[in-house]
Ligand binder design. Structure first.
Ligand code: THU
Length: 140
């Protein structure tokens, strides 16, 4: 069902979940992003006693990729060690959309997996990128 590239990324997401800091929810989430350049960035969710400061695994992985100027995302795999495999939260969908309008998403747990296009998860993302006038808002 999944090709080697996808299976490898899923392994990386599962591995990343081991690095979660989640003493409050006990949800261990791992994300792995494959960029168009062929690099992989892994991260986990990091919680905080001030709950709303928690950062999801997906956004932690995205910031690492962008830090390396690797800003075109091809695929993200998201693993959660729970009964239900969940797709990325709304904030993460918008965050990912900035770096991958063609990005695909695989979300899974130990029992099930789903693959969807990011555009399907967030059909009308907010964007300041103008295809005709690239750079008009200072975005290159
Ligand atoms: N979480 C993620 O890492 N990604 C999501 O898309 C949704 C939620 C984390 C945040 C928090 O540590 C825990 O899951 C429960 O919300």
């Amino acid at each position: 069902m999944y090709n080697e590239e996808e299976k490898n990324l899923m392994d990386k997401a599962r591995e990343a979940a081991c690095h979660a800091y989640s003493p409050y929810s006990h949800f261990k989430v791992g994300a792995a992003i494959l960029t168009e350049k062929g690099n992989i960035y892994q991260a986990a969710n990091i919680e905080n006693a001030s709950y709303s400061l928690t950062i999801c695994a997906e956004r932690n992985a995205a910031t690492q990729a962008v830090y390396h100027n690797d800003i075109n995302f091809k695929l993200i795999a998201i693993y959660v060690d729970s009964e239900i495999a969940f797709p990325p939260c709304g904030a993460c969908r918008q965050f990912l959309a900035e770096f991958g309008d063609q990005c695909e998403v695989i979300y899974f747990n130990n029992k099930e997996s789903n693959k969807v296009a990011l555009r399907e998860l967030l059909p009308h993302s907010f964007s300041l990128k103008n295809k005709e006038k690239e750079g008009v808002y200072g975005i290159r």
